[in-house]
Design a binder for this molecule. Structure first.
Ligand code: F6P
Length: 359
Protein backbone atom coordinates (compact mmCIF):
# COMPACT_ATOMS: atom_id res chain seq x y z
CA UNK A 1 0.00 0.00 0.00
CA UNK A 2 1.33 3.47 -0.83
CA UNK A 3 2.04 5.90 1.97
CA UNK A 4 -0.46 8.59 2.94
CA UNK A 5 0.74 11.82 1.37
CA UNK A 6 0.04 15.19 2.97
CA UNK A 7 0.93 18.52 1.38
CA UNK A 8 2.09 21.43 3.53
CA UNK A 9 2.30 25.02 2.38
CA UNK A 10 2.78 28.49 3.75
CA UNK A 11 0.39 31.11 2.47
CA UNK A 12 0.10 34.87 2.94
CA UNK A 13 2.79 37.12 4.43
CA UNK A 14 5.70 35.34 6.08
CA UNK A 15 6.55 35.62 9.78
CA UNK A 16 8.87 33.99 12.28
CA UNK A 17 8.03 30.42 13.28
CA UNK A 18 6.81 29.03 9.96
CA UNK A 19 9.76 26.67 9.65
CA UNK A 20 9.18 25.43 13.19
CA UNK A 21 5.56 24.54 12.27
CA UNK A 22 6.79 22.58 9.23
CA UNK A 23 9.39 20.78 11.31
CA UNK A 24 6.81 19.68 13.88
CA UNK A 25 4.39 18.50 11.18
CA UNK A 26 7.10 16.61 9.30
CA UNK A 27 8.48 14.92 12.43
CA UNK A 28 5.07 13.83 13.68
CA UNK A 29 3.74 12.77 10.28
CA UNK A 30 6.89 10.78 9.53
CA UNK A 31 6.49 8.98 12.86
CA UNK A 32 3.06 7.85 11.61
CA UNK A 33 4.61 6.52 8.40
CA UNK A 34 3.19 9.35 6.25
CA UNK A 35 4.97 11.34 3.61
CA UNK A 36 4.89 15.15 3.68
CA UNK A 37 5.47 17.17 0.58
CA UNK A 38 6.18 20.88 0.72
CA UNK A 39 4.51 23.10 -1.88
CA UNK A 40 6.83 25.95 -2.83
CA UNK A 41 5.59 29.57 -2.97
CA UNK A 42 2.15 28.76 -1.58
CA UNK A 43 -0.67 28.03 -4.02
CA UNK A 44 1.27 29.90 -6.74
CA UNK A 45 3.81 27.02 -6.83
CA UNK A 46 1.09 24.60 -7.90
CA UNK A 47 0.11 26.78 -10.84
CA UNK A 48 3.57 26.65 -12.33
CA UNK A 49 4.45 24.14 -14.96
CA UNK A 50 5.77 21.79 -13.64
CA UNK A 51 4.34 22.43 -10.15
CA UNK A 52 6.96 23.37 -7.55
CA UNK A 53 7.15 20.95 -4.64
CA UNK A 54 9.57 18.72 -2.78
CA UNK A 55 9.42 15.86 -0.31
CA UNK A 56 10.17 17.06 3.23
CA UNK A 57 12.05 14.66 5.48
CA UNK A 58 13.14 14.94 9.11
CA UNK A 59 16.73 15.38 7.82
CA UNK A 60 15.63 18.64 6.15
CA UNK A 61 15.06 20.00 9.64
CA UNK A 62 18.44 19.14 11.04
CA UNK A 63 18.41 21.58 13.91
CA UNK A 64 19.10 24.81 12.08
CA UNK A 65 15.95 25.41 10.05
CA UNK A 66 13.64 25.76 13.06
CA UNK A 67 15.71 28.74 14.19
CA UNK A 68 15.30 30.64 10.93
CA UNK A 69 12.80 33.38 10.21
CA UNK A 70 10.86 33.34 6.96
CA UNK A 71 9.73 30.16 5.23
CA UNK A 72 12.06 27.73 3.52
CA UNK A 73 9.20 26.88 1.17
CA UNK A 74 8.48 30.46 0.07
CA UNK A 75 5.00 31.96 0.15
CA UNK A 76 2.68 34.34 -1.65
CA UNK A 77 0.19 36.91 -0.41
CA UNK A 78 -1.28 37.88 -3.74
CA UNK A 79 -3.20 36.18 -6.53
CA UNK A 80 -6.24 34.38 -5.20
CA UNK A 81 -6.53 31.25 -7.44
CA UNK A 82 -10.29 31.80 -7.77
CA UNK A 83 -9.69 35.30 -9.18
CA UNK A 84 -6.22 34.96 -10.59
CA UNK A 85 -4.91 38.10 -12.26
CA UNK A 86 -2.97 36.98 -15.32
CA UNK A 87 -0.02 39.03 -16.56
CA UNK A 88 -2.08 39.97 -19.64
CA UNK A 89 -4.72 41.63 -17.44
CA UNK A 90 -7.37 38.87 -17.58
CA UNK A 91 -8.83 37.47 -14.35
CA UNK A 92 -9.29 33.69 -14.37
CA UNK A 93 -10.57 31.04 -11.97
CA UNK A 94 -7.59 28.68 -11.78
CA UNK A 95 -8.86 26.59 -8.85
CA UNK A 96 -9.40 23.49 -11.00
CA UNK A 97 -5.77 23.56 -12.14
CA UNK A 98 -4.67 23.73 -8.55
CA UNK A 99 -6.86 20.84 -7.45
CA UNK A 100 -5.67 18.77 -10.43
CA UNK A 101 -2.04 19.45 -9.45
CA UNK A 102 -2.67 18.29 -5.88
CA UNK A 103 -4.41 15.12 -7.09
CA UNK A 104 -1.63 14.42 -9.56
CA UNK A 105 0.78 14.53 -6.64
CA UNK A 106 -1.27 11.88 -4.82
CA UNK A 107 -2.16 14.23 -1.99
CA UNK A 108 -5.34 13.65 0.03
CA UNK A 109 -4.82 16.24 2.77
CA UNK A 110 -3.37 19.72 3.01
CA UNK A 111 -1.89 21.50 6.02
CA UNK A 112 -1.99 25.24 5.31
CA UNK A 113 -0.02 27.64 7.49
CA UNK A 114 -1.77 30.95 6.94
CA UNK A 115 -3.99 33.76 8.14
CA UNK A 116 -7.75 34.16 7.79
CA UNK A 117 -7.56 35.28 4.14
CA UNK A 118 -5.51 32.23 3.15
CA UNK A 119 -7.77 29.90 5.14
CA UNK A 120 -10.88 31.14 3.36
CA UNK A 121 -9.26 30.41 -0.02
CA UNK A 122 -7.71 27.07 0.95
CA UNK A 123 -10.87 25.82 2.65
CA UNK A 124 -12.95 26.63 -0.45
CA UNK A 125 -10.35 24.98 -2.64
CA UNK A 126 -10.08 21.70 -0.75
CA UNK A 127 -13.86 21.44 -0.41
CA UNK A 128 -14.18 21.85 -4.17
CA UNK A 129 -11.51 19.19 -4.70
CA UNK A 130 -12.87 16.83 -2.02
CA UNK A 131 -9.57 16.99 -0.15
CA UNK A 132 -8.94 17.39 3.58
CA UNK A 133 -7.66 20.60 5.12
CA UNK A 134 -6.22 21.64 8.48
CA UNK A 135 -5.05 25.21 9.07
CA UNK A 136 -2.29 26.45 11.36
CA UNK A 137 -2.77 30.15 12.21
CA UNK A 138 0.21 32.41 11.61
CA UNK A 139 0.35 36.15 11.37
CA UNK A 140 2.21 38.91 13.13
CA UNK A 141 -1.15 40.73 13.23
CA UNK A 142 -2.60 38.10 15.63
CA UNK A 143 -6.04 38.78 14.17
CA UNK A 144 -7.23 35.19 13.52
CA UNK A 145 -10.34 34.31 15.52
CA UNK A 146 -10.67 31.63 18.21
CA UNK A 147 -6.97 31.41 19.00
CA UNK A 148 -5.28 33.48 21.68
CA UNK A 149 -2.10 33.56 19.66
CA UNK A 150 -0.99 33.01 16.08
CA UNK A 151 2.53 31.97 15.16
CA UNK A 152 4.77 34.99 14.50
CA UNK A 153 3.02 37.49 16.76
CA UNK A 154 5.29 37.02 19.76
CA UNK A 155 8.41 37.58 17.67
CA UNK A 156 6.97 40.72 16.07
CA UNK A 157 6.10 42.13 19.50
CA UNK A 158 9.63 41.36 20.72
CA UNK A 159 11.09 43.23 17.76
CA UNK A 160 8.80 46.22 18.33
CA UNK A 161 9.61 46.23 22.05
CA UNK A 162 13.31 46.18 21.27
CA UNK A 163 12.79 49.10 18.90
CA UNK A 164 11.27 51.12 21.75
CA UNK A 165 14.20 50.10 23.95
CA UNK A 166 16.52 51.51 21.29
CA UNK A 167 14.49 54.67 20.74
CA UNK A 168 14.31 55.58 24.44
CA UNK A 169 17.99 56.54 24.96
CA UNK A 170 18.19 58.59 21.79
CA UNK A 171 14.87 60.27 22.65
CA UNK A 172 16.24 61.14 26.09
CA UNK A 173 19.54 62.38 24.66
CA UNK A 174 17.80 64.85 22.35
CA UNK A 175 14.66 65.84 24.33
CA UNK A 176 12.49 64.32 21.62
CA UNK A 177 9.14 62.68 21.13
CA UNK A 178 9.75 59.47 19.22
CA UNK A 179 6.99 57.86 17.18
CA UNK A 180 7.24 54.19 16.19
CA UNK A 181 4.89 52.89 13.49
CA UNK A 182 4.24 49.17 13.71
CA UNK A 183 2.37 46.71 11.50
CA UNK A 184 -0.76 44.76 12.41
CA UNK A 185 -3.13 45.60 9.58
CA UNK A 186 -6.58 46.44 11.06
CA UNK A 187 -5.78 45.11 14.52
CA UNK A 188 -3.72 46.98 17.11
CA UNK A 189 -2.37 43.92 18.97
CA UNK A 190 1.32 44.58 18.22
CA UNK A 191 1.07 48.23 19.27
CA UNK A 192 -0.71 47.50 22.54
CA UNK A 193 1.57 44.65 23.58
CA UNK A 194 4.83 46.33 22.58
CA UNK A 195 3.61 49.69 23.89
CA UNK A 196 3.14 48.28 27.38
CA UNK A 197 6.31 46.17 27.30
CA UNK A 198 8.39 48.99 25.82
CA UNK A 199 7.17 51.77 28.11
CA UNK A 200 5.25 53.90 25.60
CA UNK A 201 3.48 57.02 26.84
CA UNK A 202 0.88 56.93 24.07
CA UNK A 203 -0.49 53.92 22.16
CA UNK A 204 -2.58 54.59 19.07
CA UNK A 205 -4.60 51.72 17.62
CA UNK A 206 -7.35 51.55 15.00
CA UNK A 207 -9.85 50.28 17.57
CA UNK A 208 -9.73 53.46 19.72
CA UNK A 209 -10.43 56.89 18.19
CA UNK A 210 -8.08 59.63 19.35
CA UNK A 211 -7.64 63.39 19.10
CA UNK A 212 -4.42 65.30 18.57
CA UNK A 213 -5.34 67.47 21.57
CA UNK A 214 -5.47 64.42 23.86
CA UNK A 215 -2.13 63.13 22.60
CA UNK A 216 -0.62 66.60 23.06
CA UNK A 217 -1.95 66.92 26.59
CA UNK A 218 -0.36 63.55 27.54
CA UNK A 219 2.97 64.68 26.13
CA UNK A 220 2.73 68.00 27.96
CA UNK A 221 1.93 66.10 31.16
CA UNK A 222 5.05 63.94 30.65
CA UNK A 223 7.19 67.04 30.12
CA UNK A 224 5.72 68.79 33.14
CA UNK A 225 6.55 65.78 35.25
CA UNK A 226 10.20 66.54 34.49
CA UNK A 227 10.83 63.87 31.86
CA UNK A 228 12.45 65.21 28.69
CA UNK A 229 11.26 62.59 26.20
CA UNK A 230 8.16 60.64 25.24
CA UNK A 231 7.49 57.48 23.24
CA UNK A 232 4.44 57.04 21.01
CA UNK A 233 3.64 53.74 19.29
CA UNK A 234 1.25 53.87 16.34
CA UNK A 235 -0.51 51.02 14.55
CA UNK A 236 -0.23 51.31 10.79
CA UNK A 237 -4.03 51.25 10.26
CA UNK A 238 -4.73 54.23 12.54
CA UNK A 239 -6.57 56.87 10.54
CA UNK A 240 -6.23 60.62 10.59
CA UNK A 241 -8.65 62.32 13.02
CA UNK A 242 -10.96 63.05 10.09
CA UNK A 243 -11.02 59.37 9.11
CA UNK A 244 -8.53 59.18 6.22
CA UNK A 245 -6.45 56.02 5.77
CA UNK A 246 -2.72 56.43 5.19
CA UNK A 247 -1.82 54.02 2.42
CA UNK A 248 0.83 53.58 -0.19
CA UNK A 249 -0.47 52.66 -3.64
CA UNK A 250 1.74 50.37 -5.69
CA UNK A 251 1.84 49.51 -9.36
CA UNK A 252 -1.38 47.75 -10.32
CA UNK A 253 -3.36 49.55 -7.64
CA UNK A 254 -2.33 47.33 -4.71
CA UNK A 255 -2.35 49.23 -1.43
CA UNK A 256 -0.49 48.79 1.83
CA UNK A 257 -0.82 50.78 5.03
CA UNK A 258 2.00 53.22 5.71
CA UNK A 259 2.76 56.79 6.64
CA UNK A 260 0.37 57.58 9.48
CA UNK A 261 3.21 58.10 11.97
CA UNK A 262 4.85 60.71 9.69
CA UNK A 263 1.55 62.56 9.58
CA UNK A 264 1.12 62.35 13.37
CA UNK A 265 4.73 63.37 13.99
CA UNK A 266 4.08 66.73 12.33
CA UNK A 267 0.74 67.18 14.13
CA UNK A 268 2.28 66.41 17.52
CA UNK A 269 5.22 68.75 16.88
CA UNK A 270 2.81 71.56 15.95
CA UNK A 271 0.55 70.92 18.94
CA UNK A 272 3.28 70.58 21.59
CA UNK A 273 6.28 72.48 20.27
CA UNK A 274 8.32 69.30 20.80
CA UNK A 275 10.84 67.98 18.36
CA UNK A 276 9.45 64.72 16.93
CA UNK A 277 11.08 61.93 14.94
CA UNK A 278 9.48 58.94 13.26
CA UNK A 279 10.59 55.34 12.78
CA UNK A 280 8.61 52.96 10.60
CA UNK A 281 9.50 49.43 11.64
CA UNK A 282 7.99 47.62 8.65
CA UNK A 283 9.06 44.14 7.64
CA UNK A 284 11.79 44.01 10.29
CA UNK A 285 8.94 42.72 12.49
CA UNK A 286 8.58 39.65 10.30
CA UNK A 287 12.19 38.77 9.64
CA UNK A 288 13.61 37.77 13.01
CA UNK A 289 14.52 34.36 14.40
CA UNK A 290 11.42 33.12 16.25
CA UNK A 291 11.23 33.72 20.00
CA UNK A 292 10.99 30.68 22.26
CA UNK A 293 7.24 31.33 22.58
CA UNK A 294 6.75 31.22 18.84
CA UNK A 295 8.83 28.04 18.58
CA UNK A 296 6.71 26.37 21.27
CA UNK A 297 3.45 27.52 19.69
CA UNK A 298 4.63 26.44 16.24
CA UNK A 299 5.72 23.03 17.52
CA UNK A 300 2.48 22.40 19.39
CA UNK A 301 0.38 23.54 16.44
CA UNK A 302 2.33 21.64 13.77
CA UNK A 303 2.05 18.41 15.75
CA UNK A 304 -1.64 19.07 16.47
CA UNK A 305 -2.41 19.55 12.77
CA UNK A 306 -1.10 16.04 12.09
CA UNK A 307 -3.02 14.67 15.07
CA UNK A 308 -6.27 16.18 13.71
CA UNK A 309 -5.73 14.48 10.34
CA UNK A 310 -4.73 11.22 12.05
CA UNK A 311 -8.03 11.11 13.94
CA UNK A 312 -9.82 11.51 10.60
CA UNK A 313 -10.94 15.11 11.03
CA UNK A 314 -10.59 17.99 8.61
CA UNK A 315 -11.98 21.47 8.00
CA UNK A 316 -10.33 22.43 11.29
CA UNK A 317 -7.90 25.08 12.45
CA UNK A 318 -5.55 24.35 15.32
CA UNK A 319 -5.74 26.98 18.05
CA UNK A 320 -4.21 28.01 21.35
CA UNK A 321 -6.82 28.40 24.07
CA UNK A 322 -6.73 28.16 27.86
CA UNK A 323 -3.05 27.15 28.02
CA UNK A 324 -3.54 24.27 25.60
CA UNK A 325 -3.52 23.48 21.91
CA UNK A 326 -6.90 22.52 20.50
CA UNK A 327 -8.78 22.69 17.19
CA UNK A 328 -11.85 24.57 16.01
CA UNK A 329 -14.01 24.62 12.87
CA UNK A 330 -12.27 26.67 10.21
CA UNK A 331 -15.42 28.61 9.30
CA UNK A 332 -15.87 29.69 12.93
CA UNK A 333 -12.25 30.85 13.12
CA UNK A 334 -12.46 33.02 10.03
CA UNK A 335 -15.92 34.45 10.73
CA UNK A 336 -14.53 37.65 12.14
CA UNK A 337 -11.27 39.46 12.54
CA UNK A 338 -9.99 39.30 16.13
CA UNK A 339 -9.21 42.92 16.99
CA UNK A 340 -8.13 44.49 20.27
CA UNK A 341 -10.89 44.36 22.92
CA UNK A 342 -11.16 47.94 24.08
CA UNK A 343 -12.15 46.71 27.56
CA UNK A 344 -9.70 43.78 27.49
CA UNK A 345 -6.86 43.09 29.90
CA UNK A 346 -4.12 44.81 27.90
CA UNK A 347 -6.02 48.04 27.34
CA UNK A 348 -7.02 48.08 31.03
CA UNK A 349 -3.43 47.41 32.04
CA UNK A 350 -2.12 50.19 29.82
CA UNK A 351 -4.63 52.64 31.25
CA UNK A 352 -3.72 51.57 34.79
CA UNK A 353 -0.11 52.44 33.97
CA UNK A 354 -1.14 55.90 32.81
CA UNK A 355 -0.57 55.17 29.12
CA UNK A 356 -2.81 57.30 26.92
CA UNK A 357 -4.75 55.99 23.92
CA UNK A 358 -5.35 59.56 22.82
CA UNK A 359 -9.07 59.21 23.65
O1 F6P B 1 -0.46 40.61 7.52
C1 F6P B 1 0.89 40.75 7.83
C2 F6P B 1 1.41 42.08 7.36
O2 F6P B 1 2.77 42.15 7.72
C3 F6P B 1 0.64 43.29 7.86
O3 F6P B 1 0.95 43.60 9.20
C4 F6P B 1 1.07 44.32 6.85
O4 F6P B 1 0.09 45.34 6.75
C5 F6P B 1 1.15 43.54 5.57
O5 F6P B 1 1.32 42.18 5.95
C6 F6P B 1 2.28 43.92 4.65
O6 F6P B 1 2.17 43.18 3.50
P1 F6P B 1 3.33 43.00 2.43
O7 F6P B 1 4.26 41.95 2.94
O8 F6P B 1 2.64 42.62 1.19
O9 F6P B 1 4.03 44.32 2.34
Amino acid sequence: MSKKRVAILTSGGDCAGLNAVMRAAVLSATALGWEIIGIENGTAGLLESPPRWRILKPDDFDGTVMRLGGTVLGTTNSRNPFEYKMDDGRTLDRSDELIAALKELGVDSVIGIGGDGSFAILDKLVKKGDLKFVGVPKTIDNDVGLTDFSVGFDTAVSVATEALDRLQPTAASHDRVMLLEVMGRDAGHIAVAAGIAGGADVILIPEIPYTIENIASKITEVKESGRNFALVIVSEAVRTPDGRKHEVVYHGGETRYGGIAEYLGVQIANATGSETRVTVLGHVQRGAAPTYNDRLLASAMGAKAVEVLARGDHGRMVAWQNRDVTDVAIEDAIKECYTVATDGVLVRTARALGISFGD
